[in-house]
Write a protein that binds this ligand. Structure first.
Ligand code: ADP
Ligand code: MG
Length: 387
């Protein structure tokens, strides 16, 4: 178990047993992509893959940090944490007590040993799993009570978002930290990014002889940062031209008529994706509430086509994962996450999951792509104390 290996790394590094071990999950988004910064809806699940943080408090303000996935021990004072400092992976850890302090909580230094079992950089949110495991540890060790209720968990998520945005300097919308702190087993989390309202939506695929396959394409693409910024800018410009604060406020009825007033075809396509994607999240929730998995699969496929053709964030590896899954009997499949690589998901009859995995691997090999990594996941639980 990784809780044990995080504790063992702690002992080997700091020469004593940790006070406790905490964990937080990665996440995969079922539907609702690039909707977070448009005040829209998304629908992530917490993954069974978790990041473990073994930790003890210190009496002074020193942070001593080590990770099984990092190269060396990082030491710095809480007073020296700042945007870009420390750099690298330690920013995601040190940023959390820094952000808690900025939010008015009393914290001190920490010794932390990390062992992460969420694939890094696969679009499955290893970064939020890391922040939220550390946040859970800090909350318990400093008696902050932030794991007690959904409302306090939201406050902890806000601190973890601040850590990632300000100290690690990665712009993220907040879906990842919400999933890691509020996701529950066998449920998807409907997150309204306009007012942070959340709702648990039943998502027990095994009870319906279905499975969710995650396909990590392991594709690497350059120039992604500029692409993300362009999408955000286009969405803002489209909203401005339509005279609304965000694209969330564009009603889906008579959409084409409204989009016709935009100044370019590019803006039309970007806005069309966002407005239809938010609508698809609502429809996916309806489908789940009625156990209509055929409909959910169709919505996955419509979502993928919208991201491929209108939002233009897919790549050949993601399209191949979707097409091969469908050819192997998936009810639907789509790329998930920001795009330009990362992972796809496929909704498959449980009995066909193996076949779908083989078929995807074969399709990648036929096209000369790097071998993908795929696994079946169930919706799992949020950040918690392990021991
Ligand atoms: P994602 O969140 O999709 O996995 P990100 O680029 O947002 O991708 O975050 C990945 C980064 O998070 C890694 O490059 C590393 O800096 C940090 N990270 C995540 N998990 C760990 C870990 N277990 N140990 C050290 N660093 C980690
Ligand atoms: Mg991340």
């Amino acid at each position: 178990m990784s809780a044990d290996s995080a504790a063992a790394l702690f002992e080997a590094t700091f020469g004593r047993a940790p006070d406790g071990v905490w964990s937080a999950p990665g996440r995969v988004n079922l539907i609702g992509e690039h909707t977070d910064y448009n005040a829209g809806l998304c629908l992530p699940i917490a993954l069974p893959h978790r990041t473990y943080a073994a930790a003890s408090p210190r009496d002074d303000r020193l942070l001593r940090l080590v990770s099984a996935q990092g190269d060396h021990v990082v030491e710095l004072s809480l007073d020296d944490v700042a945007p870009g400092r420390p750099g690298g992976w330690a920013a995601y850890v040190a940023g959390v007590p820094w952000a808690l302090e900025r939010a008015g909580h009393r914290v001190r230094g920490l010794e932390v040993a990390i062992d992460g079992r969420v694939p890094l950089g696969a679009g499955l949110s290893s970064s939020a799993a890391l922040e939220c495991a550390v946040g859970a540890a800090a909350s318990d060790l400093f008696g902050l009570g932030l794991l007690d209720a959904p409302s306090t968990r939201r406050a902890l998520a806000a601190a973890c978002i601040d850590a990632e945005n300000t100290i690690a300097r990665a712009p993220t919308g907040g879906m990842d930290q919400s999933a890691a702190l509020l996701g529950t087993s066998l449920h998807a989390l409907l997150l309204d990014c306009r007012d942070q309202h959340t709702e648990q939506v039943p998502f027990d695929l095994a009870a319906h002889d279905l499975a969710l396959l995650v396909i990590d394409t392991r594709a690497e693409h350059a120039l992604v940062d500029g692409q993300y910024a362009e999408r955000r800018r286009s969405c803002e410009q489209a909203a401005q031209e339509l005279g609304v604060p965000t694209l969330r406020e564009v009603p889906p009825a008579r959409l084409e008529e409204r989009l016709a007033t935009l100044s370019s075809d590019l803006l039309r396509r970007r806005a069309r994706h966002i407005v239809t994607e938010i609508r698809r999240v609502e429809q996916a929730v309806e489908a789940l509430r009625h156990d209509d998995f055929g409909r959910l699969g169709t919505l996955f496929l419509e979502s993928h086509a919208s991201m491929r053709d209108d939002f233009e964030i897919s790549v050949a590896e993601l399209d191949t994962a979707v097409e091969a899954s469908v050819a192997a009997g998936a009810l639907g499949a789509r790329m998930t996450g920001g795009g330009f690589g990362g992972s796809a998901i496929a909704l498959v009859p449980a009995a066909r999951a193996d076949r779908a995995q083989r078929r995807v691997a074969q399709a990648f090999s036929d096209r000369g792509f790097r071998a993908p990594d795929s696994f079946v996941v169930a919706a799992s639980g949020a950040a918690q104390r392990e021991r």
